[in-house]
Design a protein around this ligand. Structure first.
Ligand code: ZN
Ligand code: ZN
Length: 302
């Protein structure tokens, strides 16, 4: 991790490890999914995924005990749903090894229990749920789904980027996830539409969860970041062939590179203004598929 001399900001990326592809939101026959853990794991492994999170509704997974695999790494998780005391409805994915979570606890108590047990909390598909920005901000979630593949299928409300912007304005460390929310049933067939790529030294639950918590990953619906570096003033990236590269800041602020002919971009370099409260990278390919870095800096001590 690099630290600038002139500011208190810490660069979050160290892309010198390996990239691991994973889906952080999956339902199996343990709740309303159509495939068993073994069947889902086989599908995802065949598509090049390195890890999968079991996030069944109100079922804290113990998936390495119940469904051990050599070809894909399982991370434990859960999905909560319910209303808080304001009446707002939520779906929240929790990542981590959890015990004692039941629907009877209610949403707020279950969310508190997730945090007590060290889980990462992700606001799932806020557009589809019908959340307001106040809802998104109320519970200080660690992250949000900027893309949810099954919600795109259900009614086109799979995009959470605008909620992420509101959350970044409050807390620039807020993490961005793209996820399948795969149910793998005939009426919800989609998968391998949104994922995260985590950079870590090795594929173990502890290493991957630590990298996710630190923000050393990006979310994607297609394009790839190959490296993300900072030299003290400029962020430099290498990517798969894309049409647009954007450095995105608060409100209207941004910088961009674009290709309007048949040439495609595979690298970019931007000076990152110190005064921006947050700055993340967005790349977009010729099919309008996007990928998002997390905010590049966090304030030291947060
Ligand atoms: Zn949900
Ligand atoms: Zn779900």
């Amino acid at each position: 991790m690099m630290t600038t001399n002139s500011t208190e900001r810490r660069f979050r990326y160290d892309t010198g490890g390996r990239w691991f592809k994973g889906n952080t939101h999956l339902h199996t026959t343990n709740s309303d999914g159509g495939k068993t853990c073994a069947e889902a794991a086989e599908m995802y492994a065949s598509a090049g995924f390195d890890f999968l999170c079991a996030t069944d509704h109100w079922v804290a997974s113990a998936v390495n005990e119940t469904c051990p695999r050599d070809d894909i790494l399982w991370l434990d998780g859960i999905e909560l749903d319910g209303h808080d005391e304001t009446g707002a409805r939520y779906h929240v994915v929790g990542l981590g090894k959890l015990t004692g979570i039941t629907r009877e606890m209610g949403f707020a108590a279950a969310l508190a229990a997730l945090r007590d047990q060290g889980a990462l909390t992700i606001l799932a598909h806020p557009h589809w749920t019908g959340n307001s920005f106040d809802d998104a901000l109320r519970w200080a979630f660690d992250g949000v789904e900027v893309y949810n593949h099954v919600c795109r299928w259900l009614n086109g409300k799979g995009d959470g980027v605008v909620y992420w912007s509101a959350m970044l304005q409050r807390n620039p460390a807020t993490l961005a996830f793209a996820a399948d929310d795969a149910h793998l049933r005939p009426e919800h067939p989609g998968w391998n539409g949104g994922w995260i790529m985590v950079n870590a030294a090795e594929r173990t639950p502890a290493r991957l969860l630590d990298a996710i918590r630190r923000g050393n990953f990006y979310a994607s619906c297609g394009p790839e970041f190959r490296s993300i570096r900072f030299d003290g003033t400029h962020v430099k990236i290498e990517t798969s062939a894309v049409q647009f590269v954007r450095l995105v800041g608060p409100a209207h602020l941004g910088q961009r590179l674009g290709s309007f002919d048949h040439q495609r971009l595979t690298s970019a370099r931007f000076a990152v203004p110190v005064e921006w409260k947050y700055a993340y990278l967005e790349i977009e390919d010729e099919h309008s598929r996007r990928a998002w870095s997390n905010s590049l800096f966090v304030t030291i001590g947060t």
